[in-house]
Design a protein around this ligand. Structure first.
Ligand SMILES: *Cc1c(COP(=O)(O)O)cnc(C)c1O
Length: 221
């Protein structure tokens, strides 16, 4: 299947999910996830109008960003403190912020490098943090405090990887987003939904779906 055909298939799935949920397809951002995909495919996607891509590994994303000055890359994967500097330099957004020590390191470096980088907090309500990263609901207030309203790291939204096949988990995230918006008095976007579960995510009000295999095909590890 060609890239164009896969993207067309995705548009149909998004369209149907939106019809079922009473939502507008234009309200859903499709973020292609290009980890373990070659630059040639990313460039092909760029010719079809995609300019922002999700990556999981700092080094791989940094290399791709350096080779693609007209494209931007979002960091989705777990971030170690010692990789915080290249992450800020090469990615335009960090979606995997999940602990205060990392927030503090990023704030310090963002000031030193004179950069503004929107951040998303990765939330884990299902005790899978050891595997995938993510902040528990209990630890959320301390993490938000550690950002201190820093204008260099504006809080854009919440990112999650709910357990597959668990519709209730997606709804839990939608409810948490509502509560946090009220607590913080600001709007927050919700990033959830991958190739296998974008329908559950759209039904639960996700604003951004992160699609790897259904967009690019199988990853070449
Ligand atoms: C790999 C990955 C995706 C995309 O996964 P697919 O199942 O290939 O669509 C989305 N989000 C994160 C955080 C990922 O690591």
């Amino acid at each position: 299947m060609s890239l164009e055909e896969r993207i067309e298939g995705l548009r149909v799935r998004i369209q149907r999910a939106c019809e079922a949920a009473g939502r507008e397809p234009t309200s859903i951002e499709l973020l292609p996830v290009s980890k373990k995909q070659p630059l040639s495919l990313i460039r092909e996607a760029a010719t079809l109008g995609f300019t922002r891509f999700g990556e999981n590994y700092v080094q791989e994303g940094a290399d791709k960003a350096a080779a693609s000055p007209n494209l931007s890359f979002v960091l989705l994967g777990p971030l170690q403190r010692n990789k915080a500097k290249p992450a800020l330099q090469h990615f335009t957004e960090i979606q995997s912020l999940d602990r205060p020590e990392l927030a503090e390191r990023l704030r310090h470096l963002a000031e030193e490098l004179d950069l503004v980088r929107p951040v998303w907090i990765q939330v884990d309500l299902w005790d899978e943090a050891t595997k995938l990263g993510g902040c528990t609901e209990t630890d959320l207030p301390a993490l938000i405090d550690s950002l201190g309203g820093d204008t260099r790291l504006p809080l854009r939204g919440l990112m999650a990887i709910p357990p597959p096949e668990d519709k209730a988990a997606f709804i839990q995230m939608a409810v948490l987003r509502e509560h946090m918006q009220q607590d913080l008095g600001q709007s927050l976007r919700l990033s959830m939904g991958m190739s296998g579960d974008l329908e559950a995510a759209i039904a639960a009000d996700s604003d951004q779906i992160r699609i790897g295999t259904a967009f690019f095909g199988e990853r070449s590890y």
